[in-house]
Design a binder for this molecule. Structure first.
Ligand code: IMP
Ligand code: MG
Length: 183
């Protein structure tokens, strides 16, 4: 049987085992660097960061809380965001006193994260750092300080493991490259 995503998949870029190994490493690194912090808050950027967050937090051994921030950028297709980013769903708690770690799926142009970081910095957290599963550094138009990166990837549109293709296929356990002919 041909599965629905297969028509859109050019190749698997990062398979499930490779993702798991790297997520474990990131969890260990975060646990070491936040070992002495009493209030750690992971902020998952919805929707793309959700699978990464739920896997990453299993490997973070220091006590922490989680919260969610949904943002979208008006008018984005499969290319980078325009910079018109807005909050669709805000956090449920005040973040003063928290050491905040943003958990994001991918940084492309950087517009989304610049917006998110500016919004969060204005709320004066104890600290603010950034963990992204994927980084397309070659596409950056806005400078973003990234503290933890899962994988540096080339300028290809990818989906799966939280990342969508027209809102679908976020459930795939791997990161795949889109077959441009199928779009
Ligand atoms: P930026 O604002 O251009 O950095 O775009 C960041 C957002 O665009 C990410 O949070 C993703 O939601 C989305 N995005 C960027 N590149 C991809 C991709 O290759 N696949 C799926 N979503 C992407
Ligand atoms: Mg995202």
């Amino acid at each position: 049987m041909t599965l629905a995503y297969e028509a859109y998949l050019q190749e698997i870029l990062i398979d499930e085992a490779t993702l798991k190994k790297r997520v474990i490493e990131l969890g260990q690194q975060v646990s070491e660097e936040y070992a002495d912090v009493s209030k750690l808050l992971l902020i998952c950027i919805l929707k793309g960061g959700v699978m990464f967050l739920t896997d990453l937090m299993r490997y973070i051994t220091v006590p922490h809380e989680i919260d969610f921030l949904a943002v979208s950028s008006y008018g984005r297709g499969i290319r980078a965001s325009s910079g018109n980013v807005r909050i669709d769903m805000d956090l449920s708690i005040q973040i003063q006193d928290y050491h905040v770690l943003i958990v994001e799926d991918i940084i492309d142009s950087g517009h989304t994260l610049r917006f998110v970081m500016d919004v969060l910095l204005a709320r004066k957290p104890a600290s603010l750092h950034l963990c992204t599963l994927l980084n397309k550094a070659s596409r950056r138009t806005v400078d973003i300080p990234v503290d933890y990166v899962g994988f540096e990837i080339e300028d290809k549109f990818v989906f799966g493991y939280g990342l969508d293709l027209d809102e679908k296929f976020r459930n795939l356990p791997f990161i795949g490259v889109v077959n441009a002919d199928a779009l």
